[in-house]
Design a protein around this ligand. Sequence first.
Ligand code: OMP
Length: 283
Amino acid sequence: MTLAPFGARLREAMDTRGPLCVGIDPHASLLSAWGLTDDVDGLEAFTRTVVDALAGTVAVFKPQSAFFERFGSRGIAVLERAVADLREAGALVVMDAKRGDIGSTMAAYAETFLRKDSPLFSDALTVSPYLGYGSLKPAVDLARESGAGLFVLALTSNPEGAEVQRAVRADGRSIGATMLAHLAEENAGETPMGSFGAVVGATLGDLSSFDLDINGPLLAPGIGAQGATPADLPAVFGAAVRNVVPNVSRGVLRHGPDAAALRDAAERYADEVREAVDGVKGA
Ligand SMILES: O=C(O)c1cc(=O)[nH]c(=O)n1[C@@H]1O[C@H](COP(=O)(O)O)[C@@H](O)[C@H]1O
């Protein structure tokens, strides 16, 4: 079956389930707080609980691959199963693997996550453009072919990101702004929006000096454990808030293992996001 483009599928999911993205980040400290062992059995129980509790109501999930890779092939098997179950339940999966390499190796990463028949096929993948935006071309091309999307690291939520992303090129444009401009070009003319998103941290304060109007989604991590709140979104994103997919990982996960408590936490964040977004004129 051919998939509609990721941008269209994401817009529909945002309209029906709301824009919240719940991150699945099975930190060792969370496994312990949930009374689970820090091994593949603990990982599996944790992941299953999150999927069973939230897959039917949350629009987007972002499993963080590192927490699964740390257990080797059996950890990857847990990730594969989670991706399949989430997608089966009608949720979208953004694989957070932050891949980025020279073009020919990038093509292999793209095959891993963006080829329709791959065991780890995901609706979208986070990628790092810091080997040059053009090095991502194989992923852009395969995503287009498969109806998948990308989230390109543009302005990350961590304070260390600024030394690279705010560095200014000879033409006066910052590196982060350059990535946003590449994405705007990628998404030009697409309706309801393009499939090539930017990662822009919710922790960054006023970003009005950047053109966030890329006609594509803006994945916004940093809410909860990193200190940002849904109420910050309008001040950070302005009118572009309509395209924001706010990610919360630990802020939701710390409420487990009780399924009802996880659902309540996700619903609270979703309500706060809705309130913040609805309050923005023109959003
Ligand atoms: O690409 C990401 O998802 C990402 C980009 C970024 O700028 N900052 C950031 O925190 N992330 C990821 O978003 C998640 C944030 O987790 P919490 O801080 O627990 O909500 C982690 O999986 C990070 O790897």
